[in-house]
Every structure is written in structure tokens, then in C-alpha cells.
Design a binder for this molecule. Structure first.
Ligand code: ADP
Length: 168
């Protein structure tokens, strides 16, 4: 059984992340979407909230091999604990490349048996980031094209943005 770990902040999950998850699910028997418990990034949503939003959003997609978890500490240690052989990361544009390349090579230094697989989302999601989604939601914009419904609702509740731009 081939297991891949898709780690990230997912603060919050976007349709770009979902696209990567669906592609990874076709390649691996098991995909664990792992929310990084990284307090240094002062996330908008707590780790539990991010895990909950992932679970709620994935529920309607019928992806039996995909599960959601969270982790602390070194990613390669978590991959080993899960019996994983690969880390999945998304590449949106050249701008992602430098950081992702550095991260992949560092993880390889730490554990040579863990490969990093890069997946490109559908081009319409290549401009999408959690940071931009939060910014748009904060300013009262409609994010429904960019995030699944549970995330849209959570953003509206958290940011108490004006309802008119959010279709019910
Ligand atoms: P991190 O803080 O680890 O970068 P993110 O949640 O921002 O966490 O991203 C997790 C992974 O998903 C990263 O590999 C990132 O490049 C990728 N990613 C983020 N947004 C998108 C998107 N719109 N399409 C494809 N991949 C994405």
C-alpha cells in the first residue's frame, strides 16, 4: 500500500488544495492530509478547526483513501510514523518553486527514503492562495468560487463580514 502525506497550513483549505488532494488520491492508495500545527504562523483557524474544515469539505467528494490528521515536529518523522513513502506538495507557479525545492531537498537530507511529489492544480486555481482568500473575505468579497462551502461559512462567521456578498 502506497501512502502519501500532503502537509500544509490549510488556513483555510482552498479549491486549489482540494484539486491537489484529488490528483494525489488517483496516484496513491492512501493520502493523509496533514495540518501543520505551526503556531509561529498565527493562523486564523486553530488546528482543530482546520482539520474539521478539511473533513467537512472532503466528505462530499467520495475519496475513500483520503484521511485528515495534524502533526507537530518534523515532517519526515510524521511521514515515517504514517508509513508513508512520499510527500505531496502543490506547485502553482515559478514563484513557489524556490521554496518548495529547498524544502524537498532538506527533507531528503533528513530522510533519504521520502520522495517529494509536486502536483500542479488546474490552471484556474494557480492564482489561488489561503492568504488571498482571507484578504478578500476580510474586505467583504465573495470567496465562494475559491473555497468549499464549509470554509466559506467559517470565514463569514470568523470575520463577521457583511452578508450581502455571500450567497446563502
Ligand atoms: P504551507 O504553509 O505549508 O505552504 P499551504 O496551506 O499554504 O501551507 O500550502 C500547502 C501546499 O499546497 C503547498 O505545497 C502549496 O504550494 C500548495 N498550494 C497552496 N495553494 C495551492 C493552490 N491554489 N493550488 C495548488 N497548490 C496549492
Amino acid at each position: 500500500m502506497r501512502t502519501a502525506i500532503y502537509p500544509g497550513s490549510f488556513d483555510p483549505l482552498t479549491n486549489g488544495h482540494l484539486d491537489v488532494i484529488q490528483r494525489a488520491a488517483k496516484l496513491f492508495d492512501r493520502v493523509v492530509v496533514a495540518v501543520a500545527n505551526n503556531a509561529a504562523k498565527s493562523p486564523l483557524f486553530s488546528t482543530d478547526e482546520r482539520v474539521g474544515l478539511l473533513a467537512a469539505s472532503l466528505a462530499s467528494h467520495g475519496l475513500p483513501g483520503v484521511s485528515v490528521d495534524h502533526f507537530d515536529g518534523l515532517l519526515v518523522d510524521y511521514v515515517a510514523k504514517q508509513g508513508g513513502c512520499a510527500v505531496v506538495r502543490g506547485l502553482r507557479a515559478v514563484s513557489d518553486f524556490e521554496f518548495e525545492f529547498q524544502l524537498a531537498l532538506m527533507n531528503r537530507k533528513l530522510n533519504e527514503s521520502v520522495e517529494t511529489i509536486f502536483l500542479m492544480p488546474k490552471d484556474t486555481y494557480s492564482f489561488l492562495s489561503s492568504r488571498l482568500v482571507k484578504e478578500i473575505a476580510r474586505l467583504g468579497g465573495d470567496v465562494s468560487a475559491f473555497v468549499p462551502a464549509p470554509v466559506r461559512e467559517a470565514l463569514a462567521a470568523r470575520l463577521k463580514t457583511a452578508a450581502p456578498n455571500f450567497p446563502s
